[in-house]
Design a protein around this ligand. Sequence first.
Ligand SMILES: C[S@@+](CC[C@H](N)C(=O)[O-])C[C@H]1O[C@@H](n2cnc3c(N)ncnc32)[C@H](O)[C@@H]1O
Length: 287
Amino acid sequence: MNKITFQELIKQATNKLEVANENANIARTLLLYFTKLNQNELYQNLDKNIDFSDKEYFNALDRFLKGEPIQYIIGEVYFYGYDFKIDSRALIPRYETELLVEKIINHSDEYFVDNQNLKIVDIGTGSGIIAIALNKEITNSSIWASDIDDDALALANENNKINDANVTFLHSDMLNYFVENKMKFDILVSNPPYISRDETKIMSNRVLDHEPDVALFGGETGLVYYENIFKNARKILNPKFMMGFEMGAFQKDAIEALLIKYNFNNYQFSKDYADKWRNLIVFNNLK
Ligand SMILES: C[S@@+](CC[C@H](N)C(=O)[O-])C[C@H]1O[C@@H](n2cnc3c(N)ncnc32)[C@H](O)[C@@H]1O
């Protein structure tokens, strides 16, 4: 039987985190996960003995202190109002990506007023968050999502079930499967790998050592997947189309040059809450 109280557990864990110069809030985040209590319930129970194994709690804390991202330890994330399973098979969903989902939903409402059955494709779906959120939010949409990484696809399929969604996940190197099968879509969305090799110098080991390389790097410049998509997108898009991308904070000029190179001239970049260029929406040229 554990004799330690919630308060004592938080104190010990906070101490370990502070000594390691890590965010002390992780003590509480882990505790909420272990107890399934909400903040209020936790505060009301601080002087009670914990009813789970403190050993397991401190094992989880040690994994964090050794560098593993907290999301992989907890194994779940909340994205656009939905619960997703997450582990080292796929990139951890970032809050910026919610902004992309929001843009797609808002623009699709305005732009496709006459189309009640949108066909959408998500390239490089990872854990499936974008495709599944769009499937839940855009009524009557038919959604395909692809990845080159079969482990990520397995996780995406699990998330499809967890959320009672209806996305078709399949293996494809970029657009190849859809081109070969002559498929056509109204909307293409992608958060491709966009980190350049140079940027590794400023990235944290928590990301570099744990998240899949294939989900992070977009070649030497970080731009290879945008170029690949711009070059081939028209092969899988209906004449009236929209595309939406997440991008690196400093890629706007380079991506704009690629848009011009591939003859896209109707597009909008937008910023995230940190005032960084983050999303790109492209419409067909005939808007
Ligand atoms: C930045 S992650 C985005 C994952 C997810 N869409 C999200 O927003 O969290 C990029 C994804 O692209 C996939 N990917 C990398 N190279 C690819 C390729 N050649 N064809 C298809 N997908 C690829 C990776 O496996 C990874 O899941």
